[in-house]
Write a protein of this length. Structure first.
Length: 498
């Protein structure tokens, strides 16, 4: 079927990125697929975007979600960017299998991208087929929607469409297209693309676009580009703190996977930890642990230094002065991260007042967890009940290989809790809102993917998605979704899926 560019009712577009110069992207049509079938529609997100879920599920709209038809007002394009991949700079990357349909203004007045991921080859595909397999599409849907439910800034999943066509990776797999929604898809690597070409005019245009779209408050001062850098650093520092507080590992924190908007983006070999350890790595392509759980703050700062380098021509006319501005800005990362992370740890431990030794108390718990194979999510969730009194300790101490290790820490914790003036019910509420009962555990994600890919059974996917959509509720009927994996269920590696 040929792509049809005639009018098709879908949504009202207002495409600001498409109004930038042509060197920012490549205009192209998605590549049609043989037999598109809608298997998942995020009706709540559709409503938030001002879209009609019933119309989105109609055959004509499913063709749009598959890339077989371009909607009225859509201006499909693939964005150009570069990036440091595992520390090595690649000057030409870009959307190799994603096509931005356009932008909409949602019900809250926020501009959002609507992008098709797996929509066919682009000029940036680097010999790839531009397609996506069903498994990675379902993984991104589950994990991104779980992150949204956890209250962490993220891209969102609007729809999954199977294509009726195979894709070839290590084996033949069913193809799919993910409709992804984001505040934007502009990355640190987008700035690097133009910096590598010494295109200062493009850097300025891009910076002005980002300020207008994401950081309008930066435009009012005497130094808007320094304000832009400051605010991107602040958002990223807060985001990484949120990742660590729920045990999330991105898996591939290349600069082309870091959003300027401060959202989590590009869920490839990502994972939530089961057993806690700061050196935990799941990504099959991270052979040296560059992007291990505990390394993520340092990597984020490293990536932001690369962003600051691209902005030097805008920070000051004199290079030395520009470098000084950049260094001052980067110097704030650790302060913002430490503040956000410390506040989050206090909430997780039910400490409503700030005391000098709180973080050492939290770190002591983490160290004991790492040495005793304790499950990250369950330890903190069970502490919510243990905070009410020692009767709740048993459920926590059983998670430690040596339960005495928990007992020694718990005595210090209870002494600290005794210094709090707040009510125990208030403390428990704060803790339950900071410590989810449910995360998309790796073995459950794999279970859902295998059922869908091998058997065409999407019910495990739907159940898991339903559970992780309300992660802070107990949901007693779904207790197994809160349990860590048995030894035979442990997932040791996750894969990129490209």
């Amino acid at each position: 079927m040929d792509v049809q560019a005639e009018a098709a009712e879908f949504c009202k577009f207002d495409n600001s990125y498409a109004r930038l110069p042509d060197r920012f992207f490549a205009r192209l049509q998605p590549t049609p697929v043989a037999a598109p079938r809608l298997v998942r529609l995020n009706t709540k997100l559709a409503f938030d975007l001002g879209l009609n879920p019933e119309k989105l599920a109609a055959p004509r709209s499913v063709e749009i979600l598959a890339g077989n038809r371009v909607p009225q007002g859509g201006e499909p394009l693939a964005m150009a960017y570069a990036g440091h991949q595992f520390g090595t700079f690649v000057p030409q990357l870009g959307d190799g299998r994603a096509i931005l349909l356009g932008e909409v203004i949602d019900r809250g007045g926020v501009r959002r991208d609507i992008q098709l991921k797996g929509a066919g080859p682009t000029p940036y595909s680097r010999r790839g087929d531009g397609r996506a397999a069903l498994g990675p599409v379902l993984r991104e849907y589950i994990v991104s929607e779980a992150m949204a439910a956890l209250g962490i800034p993220t891209t969102r999943a609007l729809a999954v469409v199977t294509t009726g066509e195979p894709v070839w990776r290590e084996t033949t797999l069913p193809g799919a297209v993910l409709t992804r929604v984001a505040s934007s898809h502009i990355r640190v690597g987008t700035f690097q693309f133009f910096a590598a070409r010494r295109d200062v005019d493009a850097i300025r245009r891009l910076a002005d676009h980002v300020i207008a779209r994401h950081y309008p408050e930066a435009s009012g001062g005497a130094h808007p580009y320094r304000a832009l850098l400051d605010q991107v650093i602040s958002r990223q520092a807060a985001l990484i703190a949120q990742w660590l507080l729920v045990g999330f590992i991105h898996g591939v924190m290349n600069t082309d996977n870091m959003s300027i908007a401060g959202e989590t983006i590009d869920y490839g070999p990502c994972a939530f930890m089961d057993v806690y350890h700061p050196r935990a790595v799941y990504s099959s392509i991270d052979q040296i642990g560059r992007y291990a759980y505990g390394n993520q703050p340092d990597i984020a700062q490293w990536n932001l230094i690369r962003l600051a380098e691209t902005l030097l021509p805008l920070l000051a006319e004199d290079n030395d002065a520009a470098i000084k501005e950049a260094q001052e800005a980067i110097g704030e990362f650790a302060k913002v991260f430490d503040t956000a992370y410390a506040a989050g740890l206090r909430r997780k431990l039910g400490l409503l007042e700030v005391r000098p030794n709180d973080i050492s108390l939290a770190q002591d718990l983490l160290d004991r967890m790492a040495h005793n194979g304790a499950d990250f999510t369950q330890v903190f969730r069970r502490l919510c009940d243990a905070a009410a009194g020692p009767d709740g300790d048993t459920a926590v101490r059983t998670l430690f290989a040596d339960s005495v290790a928990f007992d020694g820490w718990a005595a210090r914790w209870r002494h600290r809790l005794s210094q709090e003036s707040g009510e125990s019910n208030e403390r428990r509420s704060v803790m339950r809102a900071a410590n989810p009962a449910f995360i998309p555990r790796n073995h459950l994600v794999e279970e859902a993917i295998i059922a869908a890919v091998n058997e065409g059974d999407f019910s495990p996917f739907e159940r898991l998605l339903s559970v992780v959509s309300t992660p802070y509720e107990d949901q007693l009927a779904f207790g197994r979704y809160a349990d860590p994996p048995r030894p035979d269920q442990v997932v040791h590696q996750t894969f990129c899926g490209t």
